[in-house]
Write a protein that binds this ligand. Structure first.
Ligand code: ZN
Length: 227
């Protein structure tokens, strides 16, 4: 156990969500030797105000940007589920799919959206939050998906489930040493941020405010759910 590589699974609705929500923490875990896998649920193909870009072009652009951002943080694997942006629903199928990845990758920590966040605009964020929480239950309990157990894809219980942009955060991660890494990873999302004035300052200011509560120069807040 002492020499076991720690693993994290980070499940976001769109390319860039994981960096916004937990980039500093992910960069820190990677630096500490964790093996990190991203699951990006949708292709982000509605995320543009450019009248000349097609949904097909945007999907490709955003996967390339996501790979570069993950690389900047030291994330080893990036899976693209390629559902259409804005059309994700918390179906039993999506829950089962996420449960299968959890059983496969056996993460010690899982990170995702807080689906209970009030006034959260994007439906995909809620969907992914709920599907991940419910997927953890299906991954954890052997009477869910019993056929998988019969072919050796056995149960897995993560130690912690962390919800970013949390409605009621109860855990602040010190990202003082990796806030620059978070910014660098976000900068890779050119299609989303190149035209946005002042985003870096806003991210740094929010991280500083979050960190202050816990005595850190910069922080990221989560709701930590016991599994
Ligand atoms: Zn998003």
């Amino acid at each position: 156990m002492a020499n076991e590589t720690m693993r994290a699974l980070v499940i976001g609705a769109h390319p860039d969500d994981s960096e916004f929500g937990a980039g500093g923490t992910i960069g820190k875990l990677a630096r500490d030797g964790w093996n990190i896998t991203y699951i990006v649920c949708t292709n982000g193909n509605k995320g543009s105000h450019d009248p000349d870009v097609s949904t097909y072009q945007l999907s490709e652009i955003r996967e390339t940007e996501q790979r570069a951002a993950a690389n900047a943080l030291g994330v080893q694997q990036v899976l693209f589920l390629r559902y259409n942006d804005g059309e994700l629903e918390p179906t039993p199928a999506l829950r089962a799919e996420i449960a299968l990845y959890i059983r496969h990758f056996k993460p010690h920590s899982v990170f995702t959206h807080d689906p209970w966040k009030h006034y959260m605009f994007h439906p995909d964020h809620r969907t992914v939050g709920f599907a991940t929480i419910e997927g953890v239950v299906s991954a954890r309990d052997h009477l869910f998906m019993p056929g998988l157990g019969q072919i050796g894809i056995t149960v897995w219980r993560p130690q912690g489930l962390f919800l970013w942009t949390a409605e009621q955060p109860d855990h602040i991660e010190d990202i003082s040493e990796t806030i620059d890494l978070k910014i660098a990873s976000l900068r890779e999302h050119h299609s989303q941020l190149n035209h946005v004035e002042g985003w870096e300052e806003r991210i740094r200011k929010r991280a500083a405010e979050t960190g202050t509560e816990a005595g850190f120069a910069a922080g990221e807040a989560f709701r930590k759910m016991p599994v």
